[in-house]
Design a protein around this ligand. Structure first.
Ligand code: UD1
Length: 384
């Protein structure tokens, strides 16, 4: 095992982070048991804080309680990012980790990467190199900036490697390991599939809808157009819709909620835990979404996915998987749904290394590097 003891802070902040850290915690714990000299502390920034957006995922995925919670909560992008940085810096100074590991592309990801690199702590980014080319999305800025300051970039596929190389990231920093979210999917699929479906709902006779991107839900016209398309689709197939807090608030504020709530074939639900949601997706006829991760999960499950965005940072889900992009145009959304309902669903393949073992590769790569020697130590920074 590694000779140099390694101290790691692993950061999670928002809902899509939790399924990415779960298998990494597990892989590191296994290696600790086998004698690897690694200490791990889990940091929750508190970006997502509702029981349904956070606690439910820790419970479902068996993630240990965070060692440190920064409790930053909601705010504008600047407020949220700044608050995470302000709260994370003293943690880094007190803990003096060799590595800070961040996952995904949320505000917490960027905030913790920036804080760490400025203290000359090595940064590892899991799910590096994804690019939509759309700088209007906050996540794209988070991805670009996090990758630019990371020392070790763990990627999910070769397109991500190519993006990083194009941005002049040294090849030695890039490590293609596969997809930790898919590790979590494989670990939990049998349990999720065994859950009962909602009353009256039969496998392959319903669609699942998720919608939360600011671009889709913060403008009344766009949200109203999308919901009109969904209502038309719901005349042909029952649609189950777990509603994100941002979307619920906007549907109410825009006066769009009442007609939806009255539609029996469009079932509005609170946000679901990981298992309950996966239990629906894996038995759905199709999924309509603007999420990132769900595009990957449906590709692995072979379920048709209609992504209501003009672009994706996960193009492999379109070229290899079951994903099609429609933007927010109601006509295109409806026509993509008609194609699936007409029996012409795209079939897909699972990308290389999305095999359930990505987190093990990450743990081994990190342990192989041991305690990293930055050009200037944190102690020097403090002294200086
Ligand atoms: C964040 C991520 C997005 C990810 C999404 C998954 C960024 C820039 N965006 O978006 O990439 O796809 O999480 O959900 O980091 N709220 C609650 N309870 C909570 C959390 C949020 O009610 O536990 C409400 C608040 O009104 C908040 C709003 O949701 O203002 C948005 O939350 P925020 O964390 O800012 O962004 P998300 O839209 O969730």
């Amino acid at each position: 095992m590694n000779a140099v003891p390694l101290k790691l802070l692993l950061v999670a902040g928002a809902r899509p982070n939790f399924m990415k850290v779960a298998p990494i915690v597990e892989a590191l714990r296994q290696r600790q048991k086998a004698g690897a000299q690694v200490s791990l502390k889990l940091v929750h920034t508190g970006q997502h804080y509702d029981a349904l957006m956070s606690d439910a995922f820790f419970a479902d995925l068996g993630i240990p309680q965070p060692d440190i919670n920064l409790n930053v909560g909601s705010g504008s992008h600047a407020e949220q990012t700044a608050r995470v940085m302000l709260h994370f810096e003293p943690v880094c100074l007190a803990e003096r980790p060799d590595w800070v590991m961040v996952v995904g592309d949320v505000n917490s990801t960027l905030a913790c990467a920036l804080t760490a690199v400025k203290l000359h702590i090595a940064v590892a980014h899991v799910e590096a190199g994804l690019r939509s080319g759309d700088r209007g999305m906050p996540e794209e800025i988070n991805r670009l900036c996090t990758d630019a300051v990371s020392d070790l970039l763990f990627t999910t596929d070769e397109l991500a490697d190519e993006n990083l190389l194009r941005e002049n990231i040294p090849p030695g920093r890039i490590s293609r390991v596969g997809n930790t979210m898919i590790d979590t999917l494989y670990r939990n699929l049998a349990r999720a599939r065994a859950l009962p479906l909602p009353e009256g709902v039969r496998p392959a006779e319903f669609a699942v809808l998720t919608l939360h991107r600011p671009r889709n839900v913060d403008s009344r016209d766009t949200l109203a157009g999308l919901m009109e398309a969904i209502v038309r689709i719901s005349r042909r197939i029952r649609v189950l819709f777990p509603v994100h807090p941002r979307t619920r608030r906007n549907l109410e504020d825009f006066g769009l909620m009442a007609p939806l709530a009255a539609n029996e074939n469009l079932v509005l639900m609170p946000p679901l835990g990981y298992l309950a949601f996966l239990g629906l997706v894996c038995r759905a006829k199709m999924v309509l979404t603007d999420s990132g991760g769900i595009q990957e999960e449906t590709t692995v499950l072979g379920i048709p996915c209609i992504t209501m965005r003009e672009n994706t940072e996960r193009p492999i889900t379109c070229t290899m998987g079951t994903n099609v992009l429609t933007g927010a145009d109601p006509g295109r959304v409806e026509s993509a749904a008609s194609t699936v309902l007409g029996g012409a669903a795209p079939s897909g393949r699972v990308p290389h290394l999305w095999d359930g073992h990505a987190a093990e590769r990450i743990a081994d790569a990190l342990l192989a590097r041991g305690g990293w020697s930055p050009a200037h130590s944190t102690a020097e920074m403090l002294a200086g």
